[in-house]
Structures are given as structure tokens and as C-alpha cells.
Design a protein around this ligand. Structure first.
Ligand code: ADE
Length: 226
């Protein structure tokens, strides 16, 4: 999979993809992430990428021209399955959406700044708008990093244990069961006996019951979803 990210502050994205699971995905050539500096497509001597809001009001808006020039240059070589704009008024990200995006080949993410991007760009070129939650970040970069992380770990071959992404919370709309590791007894706090029994079917059953109980208690809304 290839993910290109257009950003006005590419430095914000220099670290999140160079560690742990996403680093392995890159090393295994399963995920290729390219961050493109929008400033390189800025206008004039000052490489301008934003301007005042028509109609008045505070804040700046990211301009059409740099975004369109950048997109067109990228599209000369790549056909994107989705052009995604990260924005607080987009569709709220959930596991189902990450699952479906992990099956795509080429994604383009666009990070907004200031008051956001010119509406005409959204109307003309963006195929999907995604929010990572009902709060406002100062730019789309951290949201893009969250999205890439949630997609990247689902690409087959990225996680060592092939089944482990499928047992995460939210797969099947259930929260994950509790997990424990050594020691068996920490200052009187004991690991549930069933997990030490070696009885695989009983352990599976216990984990399912725990998942269901946790979901009912903590996130009953998930059980209403299709
Ligand atoms: N940009 C600013 N806030 C955001 C959010 N909550 N989700 C996605 N992109 C954003």
C-alpha cells in the first residue's frame, strides 16, 4: 500500500512512522508513506499557501492553487483510490472504516491548517472526509498519523501474529478482554485461574464472556451498531 500525505508542516510527521509496527511495515515493503511539503507548491517568492477568508473573519484559509498543483503532479504517476481530507467535520473514524481503507492500494491524505482548506477544493477533489473525534486539533497531521497507524497495522503481513489484529477491541464491535502476564501472583493480586488451565476452548469462552461484559458495561452503544 502507498499512502501520500500533503502537509504544510511536514516536520510534524517525521517521527510517527519510523518506529515499531509502522517501521516494520515499511521495511517489509508493505507500506510506503511519502510526506509532501505543500510549501514547495506555494505561490510567488514567499511560497504563499494561505490567504484571508472571503467575507471577513479571523484566520487564514489554505488556497486552491498550491493544493491543486500538488495533487495534479502526484496524479501524473499515481491513481488514488481515495483522496482524504482530515477535518473535524468529516465522517468519524472507526474500526470498520480503517478495515475498509486497509484494503486499498493508494491513498492520498490532505492535512488542513489554519481555518482549513478552500471549500472548492473539498468539493472538486476530495472523495472522503475523516474526523478522528469531536475535538479540534491545530492541524490535520496528528489526525493523519492516527489514521495511518490504524490502517497500517491491518495490512496482512505487518503484524507478526496474523490473527492479532482480528482480536483487537472493536473488531466484531466488542472491546478486547483483559490480558495478564507474569508473575502469576503479584503481591496477592492473582491472574484468573482459567487462564492458567491450558484449556483452550474454555479460555476462548471466558474471553468472549469478558468482552461482552466489558462492552455492555463500558460501551453499550457498540452493541447497537450493525
Ligand atoms: N483537524 C483538526 N481537528 C481534526 C479532527 N478532530 N479530526 C481530523 N482532522 C482534524
Amino acid at each position: 500500500m502507498r499512502i501520500d500525505i500533503i502537509s504544510a508542516v511536514p516536520e510534524l510527521l517525521s517521527s510517527p512512522f519510523n518506529h515499531s509496527i509502522l517501521k516494520r511495515a515499511h521495511q517489509r515493503e508493505l507500506l510506503n508513506i511519502n510526506v509532501i511539503d505543500l510549501r514547495e507548491y506555494g505561490i510567488g517568492q514567499h511560497k504563499q499557501i494561505d490567504d484571508y477568508v472571503y467575507g471577513g473573519g479571523s484566520g487564514m484559509v489554505m488556497m486552491m492553487e498550491p493544493l491543486v498543483n500538488c495533487l495534479k503532479q502526484l496524479q501524473q504517476n499515481i491513481k488514488y483510490d481515495e483522496v482524504i481530507y482530515l477535518t473535524p467535520d468529516g465522517t468519524k473514524l472507526n474500526q470498520k472504516l480503517s478495515n475498509s481503507l486497509s484494503l486499498k492500494s493508494n491513498l492520498l491524505l490532505i492535512c488542513g491548517h489554519y481555518k482549513g482548506i478552500d471549500q472548492r477544493f473539498r468539493d472538486q477533489y476530495v472523495s472522503l472526509e475523516i474526523s478522528i473525534g469531536d475535538y479540534v486539533l491545530s492541524g490535520g497531521e496528528l489526525a493523519a498519523a492516527v489514521l495511518v497507524d490504524s490502517i497500517g497495522r491491518l495490512i496482512p503481513g505487518v503484524l507478526n501474529d496474523e490473527t492479532s489484529a482480528l482480536t483487537d477491541s472493536f473488531q466484531d464491535n466488542l472491546l478486547a478482554p483483559p490480558v495478564y502476564t507474569r508473575p502469576e501472583n503479584f503481591e496477592g493480586l492473582k491472574v484468573p485461574k482459567i487462564l492458567l488451565s491450558g484449556h483452550e476452548a474454555k479460555i476462548d469462552e471466558w474471553r468472549y464472556e469478558q468482552s461482552l461484559e466489558r462492552t455492555q458495561r463500558l460501551r453499550p452503544d457498540l452493541l447497537q451498531e450493525e
